[in-house]
Write a protein that binds this ligand. Structure first.
Ligand SMILES: [Zn+2]
Length: 366
């Protein structure tokens, strides 16, 4: 890989240099010839298509960091095999699987940052360790007809994903997993604390820091958990996650929670209290079901009309949700020019995605 500057897990210069396969060997073997060469989108610096053989799709990592995550890889493999068989995972296994999806999503983000020539000039401000299991997150799993073999990462090449790796799709043979994660994405609708005011300062003392204040909590679940319509998946799970805070006003130690004990949060988070990590909520067509028993097996729901939701619609959805989440951000600056430039850039990023969305929409006529 191009740069050795930092470890993908901890962000420090890698000690005892090691390489981490962003898409692990077991996954490559499961989805075709592990030595295959694939297109990886465009290098934005020279406009050329990036071709890469997946065995070399590696980023630098410390040996110790790599080892720390290797057991998660082992478990993820068994979860994926179960899902390909349409088998049930328990609630706590799905939560573990979401950690793996976080790891893959952030790993891809950092890898694309290297291989696409950093088109938006960002410095990764977080790495796998500081981003796994830190923000509200969801997964939706779509079974696909047939027994196709293949591996695709949808949305990981977009300019929005470069700025904010909040949503992607991972197709593994005949399932598509859509994964989203962002601050306070659905905390309020799960009955968790949420800020009435939230913005990111582009300049000042700590640029790119999010400022959230004026917290409220309803302790009520609202259906649906995300208001934009989502094509019905077979597995549709949401986990609200509270961020740790040193602020003494938040007595439980988590952002937005002014209480030392909150019986609603105690009931709707994983033990031991206070963990800040929510239980899973299953989004059904007509209601939201909180899953209180972490050992409860979660079965695939039938997707009626599955064949009327071809791949192009599912793919399009990934880019639509990237735009939706990006538009929820509120960026301000003391420097007016900086603020205007950011607004201009936002327009460009959204337009880039809108072109892809239009491209997929046109496919219904093919
Ligand atoms: Zn490290």
């Amino acid at each position: 890989m191009v740069s050795n500057r930092f470890c993908v897990f901890c962000g420090n210069p890698p000690e005892k240099k090691n390489r981490e396969h962003i898409l692990p060997q077991w996954l490559l073997e499961l989805t075709g010839d592990p030595k295959r060469v694939v297109n990886f989108g465009t290098n934005f610096k020279d406009g050329r298509t990036i071709r890469f053989d997946w065995l070399n799709f590696c980023v630098p990592a410390c040996e110790s960091c790599n080892t720390e995550y290797s057991s998660l890889e082992g478990r993820a493999k068994s979860y994926v095999l179960t899902l390909l068989d349409r088998g049930a995972l328990t609630s706590i296994e799905y939560i573990d699987f979401m950690d793996w999806m976080d790891k893959v999503r952030i790993g891809l983000w950092i890898a694309y940052h290297f291989i696409q020539g950093n088109p938006t000039n960002i410095e990764p401000s977080f790495h796998i360790k500081t981003r796994v299991s830190q923000k509200d997150r969801m997964i939706a799993i779509y079974p696909m007809a047939g027994d196709g073999v293949g591996l695709n990462a949808l949305g990981a090449e977009s300019l929005i994903f470069h700025s904010q790796p909040s949503c992607m799709g991972l197709r593994i043979n005949n399932i598509l997993i859509v994964n989203m994660s962002s601050d306070f994405l659905f905390s309020s609708r799960c009955g968790f604390p949420f800020p009435k005011s939230c913005f990111t300062m582009l300049d000042g003392e700590s640029p790119y820091m999010m400022h959230a204040s004026d917290f409220s909590i309803t302790r009520k679940i609202k259906h649906p958990l995300i208001r934009k319509q989502i094509i019905k998946p077979s597995i549709h799970l949401y986990q609200p996650i509270m961020a740790r805070s040193e602020d003494k006003r938040f007595q439980s130690g988590f952002v937005g929670d002014y209480n030392s004990f909150d019986s609603y949060l105690a009931k709707h988070t994983l033990p031991p209290y206070p963990s800040g990590k929510g239980i899973l909520y299953f989004q059904h067509l007509d209601r939201v079901e909180p899953i209180y028993d972490i050992k409860q097996p979660i079965e695939f729901e039938n997707c009626t009309g599955m064949h009327s939701n071809p791949m192009y619609k599912l793919a399009r959805q990934v880019y639509e949700f990237q735009n939706l989440i990006y538009k929820q951000g509120n960026f301000v600056a003391e420097n007016r020019e900086l603020e205007l430039n950011h607004a201009k850039r936002t327009k460009l990023l959204l337009k880039w995605n809108n072109n892809i969305i239009a491209h997929y929409s046109a496919m219904k006529n093919v």
